[in-house]
Design a protein around this ligand. Structure first.
Ligand SMILES: O=P([O-])(O)O[C@H]1O[C@H](COP(=O)(O)O)[C@@H](O)[C@H](O)[C@H]1O
Ligand SMILES: [Mg+2]
Length: 560
């Protein structure tokens, strides 16, 4: 616990007693609560949930700093208040396969409907990209996706979308936060029962036709999957991409795939994986076992809300795990080679490798860079809508997030699967793999290797430790790291770019807690995660020994 004054400690204690008295109805059982260590309980009553990189994310549990019925209802009422001026407001809600996701979605529906907001809700679990699609297609005022993406099972979260189908960026998110934070009596928020909301017609389910429409949009833009003997193993990591992905592959006439059956069962415990995050090679263990049996060419995994996608490629008899940058440049390269239309625009985040920029510019595309968070890519796509001379063709992040077609305004792993299968199938007929293409890209544009280190610091004290590491790095930004001279450094918090000769200039991006330092052959960046209690060190260098070199830098910064 941080050094609270006696008074604030007292407030927390009173509040805690209030919460404990209201445990019934919170969705959390007394037994679950009692089982928690005191430290966890303290954290649950210190502070409140807040918007991060991708909406609100936190552990499920009792207390203002946890996800439970009351905190979800509070967000719902805040949303209703933010829409108040509009008489016929509509909110579209989706939810994933996590614990309490359907319950939270229904609780949210009840509060919204009670406050004269109509709701369209998904009848079963759906993916994040589908939710974004439905917000747009329904001309809704707002969208809500109940998910904590790939976080561990004890987490859940609320992603909030604007009318364009992209997640709320800073200004609208802080306006909404003001409405949410203004709500005081969170134990007595009025809400009619969910069934009643359905019966009186203020809430309804998203129609099957609409669900089909999303699939049609995908099959319409995917080039035919060339016939080949390509073999694919697919896993949804217990999330939302099954049955939709196999349905799409069937429609496109591709039957060379197998599912990791056990992992394609929706389950909020994610029992068969260490972490349901396709960034981690361990998420592919089951897929690899199955793949090895009949030499599958491609292993594909999506995260639980199916906005992230990871791939392993069989190359010279071994499965090679592609990182988000590598998969990104493969998709980008292919997309640009097949583009025929207005001047193409590509968007990537500042912590994504520069190789994408080289490829894009070489092939005549404009590259826009944004802060971390796919919402900023969504913002740029919207700005491009009014310009008939430019066309958004690809948005991506190193964190395994990609978007080709903007009928969705968040990263969309589902539209990527058939596109990638189509690419790999054509290559198979030429006796090549995605790794061969990657190698030829490196030959043309130069090699870049990437490594990401994440360090976990839990709770309120963890947050302070992370802030302290950032502060230290900010005040003592190195001029040299290992054998590398720093040629330029960027502090996105002060929006200042500083060159080696002392010259400075303003960074034209919103403020963000990120420090990036550049060398002749690449860069490293340090930033706190906005979705997990972690600090992230990104390295993107032209180095054969990236693992050791980045580890050295990591150990220097983190004092290992
Ligand atoms: O977790 P997801 O798949 O919703 O993805 C979310 O988090 C990622 C990691 O963010 P951070 O580094 O702040 O944790 C972001 O890159 C992404 O834009 C965002 O949508
Ligand atoms: Mg996700």
């Amino acid at each position: 616990m941080p050094p609270n004054t006696q008074q604030t400690r007292k407030v927390i204690e009173v509040e805690r007693t209030q919460w404990e008295n209201n445990i019934e109805g919170s969705f959390i059982t007394q037994e679950q609560y009692d089982r928690l260590p005191e430290e966890e309980k303290n954290d649950a009553f210190t502070g409140t949930l807040a918007f991060g990189t991708a909406g609100i994310r936190g552990k499920i549990g009792l207390g203002p700093n946890r996800l439970n019925r009351y905190t979800v209802e509070k967000v719902a009422l805040g949303i209703a208040h933010s829409l108040k001026d509009d008489d016929d407001s509509l909110v579209v809600i989706g939810y994933d396969t996590r614990h309490f996701s359907p319950e939270f979605a229904q609780a949210m529906t009840s509060v919204l409907v009670t406050n004269n907001v109509s709701v369209k809700l998904s009848k079963q679990y759906i993916s994040t990209p589908e939710l974004s699609f439905h917000v747009r297609e329904h001309n809704a005022d707002l969208g809500v996706m109940i998910t904590a993406s790939h976080n561990p099972p004890e987490y859940n979260g609320i992603k909030v979308y604007g009318a364009d189908g992209a997640q709320l960026i800073d200004r609208p998110a802080s306006l909404l936060s003001e409405k949410i934070n203004a709500i005081e009596d969170i134990f007595n928020i009025a809400a009619i029962p969910f069934e009643e909301a359905l019966e009186n017609g203020d809430a309804g389910y998203i129609s099957t036709e609409m669900e089909e429409l999303y699939k049609q949009r995908i099959t319409a833009f995917i080039p035919e999957i060339p016939k080949s003997d390509l073999k694919v193993v697919f896993t949804s990591l217990h999330g939302t991409s099954v049955p939709i992905v196999p349905e799409l592959l069937d429609t496109l006439g591709f039957n060379g795939y197998q599912l990791v059956e056990e992992q394609c069962r929706p389950d909020g415990d994610f029992p068969s994986v260490e972490s349901p995050n396709p960034e981690n090679e361990s998420a592919f263990e089951e897929a690899r076992t199955l793949g090895k049996k009949d030499e599958a060419d491609l292993l594909i995994a999506t995260d639980p809300d199916a906005d992230r996608i990871g791939v392993q490629v069989l190359h010279n008899g071994e499965y090679v795990h592609l990182n988000g940058n590598q998969l990104g440049i493969l998709l980008l390269n292919h997309r640009l080679d097949n583009h025929d239309g207005p001047s193409p625009v590509v968007i990537k985040s500042i912590v994504t490798s520069d190789l994408g920029r080289k490829i894009a510019e070489d092939k005549g595309a404009e590259m826009i860079e944004v802060l971390t968070g796919f919402k900023y890519i969504g913002e740029q796509i919207k700005m491009l809508e009014d310009n008939p001379e430019k066309q958004f063709i690809f948005g991506y992040e190193e964190s395994y997030g990609f978007l080709l077609e903007p009928f969705v305004r968040d990263k969309d792993a589902i539209q990527i699967v058939p596109y990638l299968v189509s690419m790999a199938s054509a290559l198979k007929n030429e006796g090549r793999t995605l790794v061969d293409v990657l190698e030829s890209i490196y030959e043309t544009y130069g090699r870049r290797m990437e490594v990401l280190f994440s360090h976990t610091f839990e709770g309120t004290s963890g947050k302070e430790e992370i802030n302290e590491i950032m502060r230290q790095f900010r005040t003592n930004t190195p001029k040299k790291l290992d054998r590398r001279e720093v040629v330029m450094s960027e502090d996105f918090k002060t929006q200042t770019r500083t060159y080696q000769d002392g010259r400075t200039e303003k960074i034209e991006l919103p403020q963000a807690d990120v420090i990036k330092i550049h060398f002749q052959d690449g860069w490293i960046a340090l930033r706190p995660s906005g979705t997990e209690p972690k600090i992230k060190l990104y390295a993107s260098l032209d180095s054969e020994h990236i693992e050791q070199e980045a580890k050295f830098i990591n150990d220097m910064i983190f004092g290992v």
